[in-house]
Structures are given as C-alpha cells and as structure tokens.
Write a protein that binds this ligand. Structure first.
Ligand code: SF4
Ligand code: FES
Length: 223
C-alpha cells in the first residue's frame, strides 16, 4: 500500500469489481437489497467506484458530490443504504441504482435516475425479519434520523419512539411486560401500542408496522 494513496483498511491495492461485490453483497442483503439485475450497469458503477477508491482512499458514491467534510461525506461511502433508508425504500433502489430492493424483479427501470422522494412521503422501511425478534423482546432500530424501539408481543409488532420523555433514556433497553415497556432509568411505563404513559403530556410517538412475506416494515415519513 503506497503512502500517497491511502486505501481504506478493508480494501487492498488492486481491489477489483469482484472484490467489491464480495464485500458489498452480504451487507446489502442484510438490509433487504441486492445488486441491480442490470449487470453491465453494475460493473460500470463499480469500475467508477474503484477509480474513486484509488484517487481518494474510499469508495465514495459515483453519483453524489463530495463536500470535503469527512463527517458529511461518510454518508456517501458505498453502500450508503443505512444513512438513507427512508429515501431508498421509497425509490426501491439507491440513488445510483447500483442496489435495488430484493423484491424488485427487473432493475432495468431503476438505473441511475435520481428521483428523491419529496419530504412528507410515507414509506414502509424493512427493519428485520419476523424470526429476528422473539416474542416478548424489544430492540432499538434507526431509520434515517428516527430512533425507534421495535417490540414484539406474541405475534404482533409495535414501533414507538425509543426516547423516554422523562430524561431521554433508550426505551429499547427497558423491560417489556405484556404491552408495556418500563424505562430502564426511572421506571416510567409506556404502552407499546399507543405510546401512552400515565405521566401527563409525555406520550411518545408510535409508528405503523406491517408484516409482509416474513419481513417487518415500519412506516415513516421522509424528512
Ligand atoms: S447511492 Fe448506491 S452506489 Fe451510491 S454510495 Fe449509495 S449505495 Fe453506493
Ligand atoms: S428517563 Fe425514562 S423514566 Fe427517567
């Protein structure tokens, strides 16, 4: 590895398109995405990423503009899906179209056209598979900027804000008893179905949840 070309640890010099696919495919699969079915297009995008990798030391997105601010630019390192979960779920692809949602049969219509959803668009974001969350458990998920606690009671799933209104403790670290989650810090209790607590004016937001083909989807609004 030459000093003039700092290459991120996970990539060695001479990284190939096949290397990028091997690294990216399992990761995006865990998020419900796969490579576009248009293989020629995929190879073109990944070839651009390798050029960018060699020039900058990381696989920045070929269809977005880098700002020069590392904190901002980390949001466009490929695969950038976790940073833009709402938008990509609405578009059924990433901006470039390198990745498409796993259930898209033909990715030909979903190439590099960037149509960002308008703010206010409702979108169902897949967050896990049913089997991933045992009954009686609750876990933290993040969709865009939203911190959410996802709870399973029996076969029903519920999503509510993860932030306790008392002193901002993470509710997903609390104890789930029936339909109530008890805050881990001082014991406020919230109904996971409604976000209601006995403390006046302190109910938390809830999010619609659906289960489709064994996948749990939380409905959020694109901001
Ligand atoms: S938009 Fe697509 S190609 Fe661009 S960085 Fe994100 S995942 Fe990669
Ligand atoms: S932070 Fe939740 S009860 Fe105090």
């Amino acid at each position: 590895m030459s000093a003039s070309k700092p290459v991120r640890r996970r990539f060695h010099e001479g990284t190939t398109i096949a290397d990028l696919k091997a690294y990216m495919e399992p990761f995006v699969a865990s998020l419900g995405y796969r490579l576009n079915t248009e293989t020629e297009f995929v190879d073109e995008v990944l070839a651009s990423e390798i050029e960018i990798l060699e020039a900058t030391g990381d696989v920045y997105c070929p269809c977005r503009v880098r700002t020069g601010d590392p904190k901002e630019d980390v949001r466009i390192v490929c695969p950038c899906i976790p940073f833009h979960a709402e938008q990509f779920a609405a578009m059924r692809k990433c901006w470039c179209g390198l990745f498409i949602r796993a259930d898209v049969v033909d990715g030909a219509d979903l190439l590099g056209v960037i149509e960002e959803p308008e703010a206010g668009t409702e979108v169902d974001v897949p967050v896990c598979r049913v089997a991933d969350l045992p009954a009686g458990s609750i876990r933290h998920i993040k969709i865009g900027k939203s911190d959410i606690a996802l709870a399973r009671v029996g076969d029903e799933f519920y999503a509510l804000s993860n932030v306790c209104r008392h002193a901002f403790a993470p509710l997903a670290d609390g104890v789930l008893e029936g339909h109530e989650v008890m805050c881990p810090w001082h014991g406020w209790r919230y109904d996971v179905r409604t976000g209601h607590t006995d403390h006046p004016g302190a109910d938390v937001k809830t999010y619609p949840v659906t289960v489709r083909d064994g996948e749990v989807l939380v409905s959020v609004t694109v901001r």
